[in-house]
Ligand binder design. Structure first.
Ligand code: DGL
Length: 269
């Protein structure tokens, strides 16, 4: 049972800055909603960690967001969702929106040859969460997965253009090109920030699917369904919390999200 009010903020989290790609899409679609974003940069990265540990972190953050008074939680992190975070839904009175299913649906809408690639963290690839979503939603489609653990470190350093990044992208993406995919799911919320290099290596014929927009659409639909849409005409307020060093988080937050990123509060464990 949802016990929230429309005037309460939307809560969102990721291991770091990647979820800001989802925040951008949500702010664009729902400019009157308040937002509380938590980036767990003090414990980043989640990708190499065991699922139990990531699940424990995700529950701690969801509790923190509930204490902040949010009306809905967006898990803007594939690795947290893959660690079976969605099972926690029953612990919370607010709806939870996740990123994997919206991404899979968008990829199914884009593919013509039925060969879809997935790039994600090791945690997400190992969990096979995308494979099971694909089996359910598009059983005739082949999913070819590639873990790209080094990508997130480039993003958290603010490096989206170096030669070292290009060489890494060529290594990771070569096998997917050879596999003849026509659609590539960016199965980590950090990766849309590397879409320049990913597009360059994959070529224009491959459609890149980011779950950010599809997830924002799901947030809108959920708020509408639950009668939780904020009908105010005022622009929403946006609050950013990080468990790590505030300096770099602010600098990159402003670069990746834009003017809505003002200050960051430090909080953590
Ligand atoms: N942005 C996160 C995701 O979508 C993971 C990055 C990490 O912490 O490894 O999976």
């Amino acid at each position: 049972m949802v016990v929230a009010e429309p005037s309460q903020p939307i809560g969102m989290f990721d291991s770091g800055l990647g979820g800001l790609t989802v925040a951008r899409a949500v702010i664009d679609l729902l400019p009157h909603e308040d937002l509380v974003y938590f980036g767990d940069t003090g414990r980043f990265p989640y990708g190499p960690r065991p699922p139990d540990e990531v699940r424990h972190f995700a529950l701690e953050i969801a509790d923190l967001l509930v204490d902040e008074g949010v009306k809905l939680i967006v898990v803007a992190c594939n690795s947290a969702e893959s660690a079976a975070f969605y099972r926690a839904q029953r612990h919370y009175d607010v709806p939870i929106v996740t990123v994997i299913e919206p991404g899979v649906k968008a990829a199914l809408g884009a593919t013509h040859n039925g060969r879809v690639g997935l790039i994600a963290t090791e945690a997400t690839v190992k969990s096979r969460a995308y494979d099971s979503a694909m089996r359910q939603l598009g059983p005739n489609v082949d999913l070819i997965s590639q873990a790209c653990p080094k990508f997130v470190d480039f993003v958290e350093r603010g490096d989206t253009t170096s030669d070292a990044l290009l060489a890494t992208a060529e290594d990771y993406l070569g096998p997917l090109k050879d596999a003849g995919i026509d659609t590539l799911i960016l199965g980590c919320t950090h990766y849309p920030l590397l879409s320049g290099v990913i597009r360059y290596v994959m070529g224009d014929e491959v459609v890149l699917v980011s779950s950010a927009e599809a997830t924002a659409n799901e947030v809108y639909a959920t708020l509408l369904r639950e009668d939780l849409l904020n009908r105010s005409d005022e622009p929403g307020a946006h609050k950013f919390i990080s468990s790590g060093e505030e300096g770099l988080f602010s600098e990159l937050g402003r670069r990746f999200l834009g003017p809505e990123f003002q200050t960051v509060e430090k909080r953590g464990w």
